[in-house]
Write a protein that binds this ligand. Structure first.
Ligand SMILES: C[S@@+](CC[C@H](N)C(=O)[O-])C[C@H]1O[C@@H](n2cnc3c(N)ncnc32)[C@H](O)[C@@H]1O
Length: 190
């Protein structure tokens, strides 16, 4: 395991301990969109065996290659309301047209809850810093992910997005990370 994979595992363990109480009990299904090196996905699976993981790529360091379902990154290959809970960890901003994906795909396949870990910002300086660090960390780590400038959310936009879609914010934990933020959002569907 490379140093970045170890670092990500440690960070993902911290997120897992925060989000685990928001996961459903099997047989209710969990969808994890985005896998990275797979550490968080496997922690989630250890709690709920009925976990499905989708991604557009697997990496050399991915620990759970056999558990990842590849798809085209646009339309999730599932029927409406297939999963109780959907989780994205630092993945939404890697998805082209993230807002449309959230509206049309995440909310379509999810019955009850979205657990979102995202990097957010308040101003342009923070956004530039965040996008640069994201690109740099992923490149150094060997995670070749697309960067989409327009796919990042500011903190206020995230609040508006949740309100405008009639969603209910159950938990929002905001942690300052360098100049910008990492946030855990637990969002319930109506
Ligand atoms: C920087 S990694 C973060 C993953 C994180 N560590 C986790 O626990 O899932 C972002 C992941 O999003 C994936 N990704 C990019 N576009 C995607 C899409 N449209 N649907 C699903 N995953 C996508 C990338 O291939 C990569 O594995």
């Amino acid at each position: 395991m490379n140093t970045f994979s170890q670092l990500f595992r440690e960070r993902e363990k911290v997120w897992f301990l925060k989000l685990r109480s928001f996961l459903p009990v099997s047989p209710e299904g969990v969808l994890k969109i985005g896998n990275g090196f797979g550490h968080l996905s496997e922690m989630v699976r250890s709690q709920n065996q009925n976990t499905t993981v989708v991604d557009v790529a697997v990496f050399q360091e991915t620990v759970n290659k056999d558990h990842v379902m590849l798809y085209d990154g646009g339309k999730l290959p599932f029927l409406d309301k297939s999963f109780d809970t959907t989780i994205l960890n630092l993945t939404l901003h890697h998805i082209k047209d993230s807002r449309e994906f959230f509206e049309n795909e995440i909310l379509r396949v999810t019955k009850k809850r979205v657990v979102l870990i995202e990097e957010t910002y308040d101003n342009l300086f923070q956004k530039i810093h965040l996008v640069f660090r994201d690109w740099w960390m992923n490149s150094k780590a060997g995670q070749d992910c697309d960067i989409h400038w327009a796919s990042y959310f500011s903190r206020s936009e995230m609040t508006r997005f949740i309100q405008d879609h009639g969603l209910r914010l159950v938990v929002r934990e905001t942690i300052r990370h360098h100049s910008y933020f990492k946030e855990l959002l637990v969002i319930d569907l109506p």
